[in-house]
Design a protein around this ligand. Structure first.
Ligand code: HEM
Length: 453
């Protein structure tokens, strides 16, 4: 067995290692590292190192076979997410996951479908106006508003005002991007210093907390009449101890769900719109499927199994542009990955973006080809070669929610509009907290059936 010192990788600069290149162009850099050095790459970062594990066998080992040995450590997120499901570990995480799992059960999510389609309807009414005026618009802003409204209503039943939702959305984005950026930063000024970044972070966090505590408070006084995520958080009891969650714990979970539950989906929907505007063949196939199954009506959860191509387009988009493009774990004890023995304390990076482009599992990996997700192809592929929601006990708790949302919204958009990209706005992946298309995605819409344009 080889030791950690022989894991191949670039040397990088003295002091900072490859930190600057990871910050500058992480996607391209990681792909090149994988091609050059193989399935486990050592990334020197100053005095420390991080190991990028790409092979699906390693993903399986880390997320499933030996998952307890790989814990999360996201100090930059502590203040924002506290001991919520995304950032906690050990017994605390397990108890919370058990408490929250029933709320994300497929049948429960199906009851939220009406909120999803109502909010999509509201968005499309706005789009009618854009179409009438021939006015281009930035599609990601629209998708963020949509997915925020959906998560807010499924969590709190009542919508915040549009202005409030926008302010909160912006505060979440700025805070999340700032906190995520801290993970790669070599020099971090203490939070108490009045740097512009720290001050903006504090302002945003204050706004978020004020809003979230207000909503929790209202519900604790008036619970019993609701069928939403907050009701579940407020009333859930531990099966063994009968204990309920303290307000701070509810706050942490609300922040976590809000944060994990909308930007990811908004980014993916925006990517789909962008990809379809460049792949007329896929768009035609989708329209034919919608016409034969839905004939123009709004989809319901029971339609979704009859819309396989709809799902394949979503899966292929999540392969090419997984919102969670990188994540990390710290090893509690030693373990073997591939041919190498790694010691306790090693920091491991997993990148669905890179694993989803592994040439041994994905021929022609850069091309957009939904047929890869035909059931026959999926059945024979390594299960851990495709992990947009990760895998194992810590896989995304919201995956059914996200998939349902996207599968309902996409047919609603395409049955009503033809969407085309506005020339002059090149789009590329923006590896921030999530992998969004950017800098902006400008589109024009026109009603289907209209002969103009
Ligand atoms: C396209 C949409 C989404 C993608 C690609 C996605 C992806 C992921 C991934 C990769 C993880 C694992 C992160 C890690 O272990 O480091 C995760 C965890 C999580 N996600 Fe999602 N997610 C999506 C949507 C959602 C939604 C809609 C919700 C909630 C409504 C949600 C809530 C969570 C939570 C709470 C966790 C932590 C689970 C745990 O550790 O037990 N996600 N997600």
């Amino acid at each position: 067995m080889n030791t950690v010192t022989t894991i191949p990788g670039p040397r990088g600069l003295p002091v900072i290692g490859v930190g600057n290149r990871l910050l500058r162009d992480p996607l391209e850099f990681m792909i090149r590292l994988h091609r050059h050095y193989g399935d486990l790459v050592k990334l020197p970062l100053g005095k420390r190192a991080m190991y990028l594990a790409v092979h699906p066998d390693m993903v399986k080992r880390i997320t499933q076979e030996n998952w307890r040995n790989y814990i999360k450590r996201y100090p930059a997120m502590d203040e924002l997410l506290g001991q919520g499901l995304v950032t906690s570990n050990g017994e605390h995480w397990l108890r919370q996951r058990r408490l929250m799992q029933p709320a994300f059960h497929h049948q429960r999510i199906a009851r939220m479908a009406a909120v999803m389609t109502e909010e999509a309807e509201r968005m499309l009414t706005r789009w009618e106006e854009y179409a009438r005026r021939g006015q281009p618009f930035e599609v990601q802003t629209e998708m963020m508003l949509l997915t925020q409204q959906i998560i807010v209503r499924t969590m709190f039943s009542s919508s915040l005002s549009e202005a409030e939702a926008q302010a909160i959305g912006k505060a979440f984005n700025d805070t999340l991007n700032w906190a995520a950026g801290q993970q790669f930063r070599l020099v971090q000024p203490p939070r108490s210093w009045p740097t512009p970044g720290n001050l903006a972070y504090r302002r945003n966090l204050d706004l978020l907390e004020r809003t979230v505590y207000r909503l929790i408070d209202e519900r604790r006084q008036r619970h019993g009449d609701y069928d939403d995520l907050l009701e579940m958080l407020v009333t859930a009891r531990d099966a063994e101890t009968g204990e309920q969650m303290a307000p701070k714990q509810i706050r942490d979970e609300v922040m976590t769900i809000f944060l994990a539950g909308h930007e990811t989906t908004a980014g993916t929907l925006s990517w789909i719109i962008h990809l379809l505007s460049h792949h007329g063949d896929a768009e035609r196939k989708l329209r034919a499927e919608y016409a034969s199954v839905l004939g123009g009506r709004t989809p319901t959860p029971s339609d979704l199994p009859h819309l396989p191509y709809n799902r394949m387009v979503i899966d292929e988009t999540l392969r090419l542009y997984p919102p969670t493009w990188i994540l990390s774990r710290v090893m509690v004890g030693p373990d073997t990955l591939g041919d190498y023995e790694l010691p306790a304390g090693s920091v491991i990076a997993l990148s669905p973006y890179v694993t989803h482009r592994h040439p041994a599992f994905w021929p022609n990996p850069e091309s957009f080809d939904p047929e890869r997700f035909q059931s026959t192809a999926t059945a024979t592929r390594h299960k851990f070669a495709y992990v947009p929601f990760l895998a194992g006990p810590r896989q995304c708790i919201g995956n059914s929610f996200a998939l349902m949302e996207m599968q309902l919204v996409l047919p609603m958009i395409l049955q009503r509009f033809r969407v085309s990209a506005v020339p002059g706005y090149p789009v590329r992946p923006m590896p921030k907290a999530t992998l969004r298309p950017g800098p902006e995605v400008w589109v024009e819409v026109r009603k289907t059936g209209s002969s103009m344009g």
